[in-house]
Design a protein around this ligand. Structure first.
Ligand code: GLV
Ligand code: GLV
Length: 323
């Protein structure tokens, strides 16, 4: 009796090799680099014992019902799991695998790159070089903000938040504030000060959002939030787009309430090319590439394949989500 497995996308070969070497699986796949259409997802999961999905696949009651009672394991190729209806998954006794840790370095690195690019206006500068706007060296041209002697506030000092803080400290950051549900023992390493969110927002020169998307963090960065920020402060988000109210962010960026924003995540994804945020020079938007290094994506694929196999076999999963 072969176990039926459905993969919602083409994944790096590191993952496929593990699945084929394991044997015992009848793998079907949406064999494309583009997202599986909803109808194909609902068809593909029918009777599946295992589902390997991405953060762009919404796994809700409808998908779980379409899969039916065989489904034992959902393995997501992501650290985030806000796309999974965990209550429904739990009710059905389905196990979940995800990919924490292996993408921490890549994501923290990208976040630092985005912060520097936004604060020092790199995309604008590149554009000026190309379009002839570079007329001479000018004392007041393309000035931005530096990390030296600054205060950085990290919202959500988890694995990735700590990775970001560790990388930023050597730039000469003076104070590292963080907020979240609980104080973190790890924070001592970066002299992190656990402060109320309001304090973080009003005192930081750079705010980095690195929390997961939950009912508590949905829309956290709204009009009231931006109105408390310094006019010279830079806002960075590499967690999930829905933590931010984008209309309020647009208003804050155009009114001079805040200096600039760098986003690796948006709502929706992809962001339509006619979106108002894309008209702003002081907003740098990336296409959700936090974990996008060749090696990290390979390791993520391997880990998600091992999680899937562990779940199918009723054995240990290397990274099982406890929920
Ligand atoms: C990326 O956003 C992830 O959740 O892995
Ligand atoms: C979760 O996103 C983390 O910080 O690892």
């Amino acid at each position: 009796h072969l176990m039926k497995v459905f993969l919602t996308r083409r994944i790096p070969p590191e993952g496929m090799k593990i699945l084929s070497a394991a044997g015992g699986c009848e793998v079907s796949q949406w064999d494309s680099d583009e997202p599986v259409p909803r109808t194909e997802l609902l068809r593909g999961v029918q009777g599946a014992h295992g589902l390997l999905c991405l953060l762009s696949d919404k796994i809700d009651t409808e998908v779980l019902d379409a899969a039916g009672p065989n489904l034992k394991v959902i393995s997501t190729l992501s650290v985030g799991f806000d796309h999974l209806a965990l209550d429904e998954i739990k009710k059905r006794g389905i196990r979940v695998g995800y990919t924490p840790d292996v993408l921490t370095d890549a994501t923290a690195e990208l976040t630092v790159a985005l912060l520097l690019a936004t604060a020092r206006r790199l995309p604008e500068g590149v554009q000026e070089v190309k379009n002839g706007g570079w007329s001479s060296w000018k004392p007041l041209w393309l000035c931005g903000y530096g990390l030296s002697a600054s205060t950085v506030g990290v919202i959500g000092l988890g694995r990735i938040g700590m990775g970001i803080a560790r990388r930023l400290m050597p730039f000469g950051v003076k104070r590292l504030l963080y907020s979240g549900r609980t104080a973190k023992p790890d924070a001592a390493e970066v002299n992190g000060e656990f402060v109320p969110l309001d304090t973080l927002v009003s005192e930081s020169d750079f705010i980095v959002v690195s929390c997961s998307l939950t009912a508590e963090t949905q829309g956290l960065c709204d009009k009231a939030f931006f109105s408390k920020m310094k006019n010279t402060a830079v806002f960075i988000n590499s967690s999930r787009g829905a933590v931010v109210n984008q209309e309020d962010l647009y208003e804050a960026l155009t009114s001079g309430q805040i200096a600039a924003a760098g986003l690796d995540v948006t709502t929706p994804e992809p962001l339509p090319t006619n979106h108002p945020l894309l008209t702003l020079k002081n907003c740098v938007v990336l296409p959700h590439i936090g974990s996008a290094t060749y090696s990290t994506r390979g390791v993520m694929a391997a880990l998600s394949a091992r999680n899937l196999l562990g779940g199918l076999q009723g054995a240990d999963m290397p990274s099982e989500l406890k929920f």
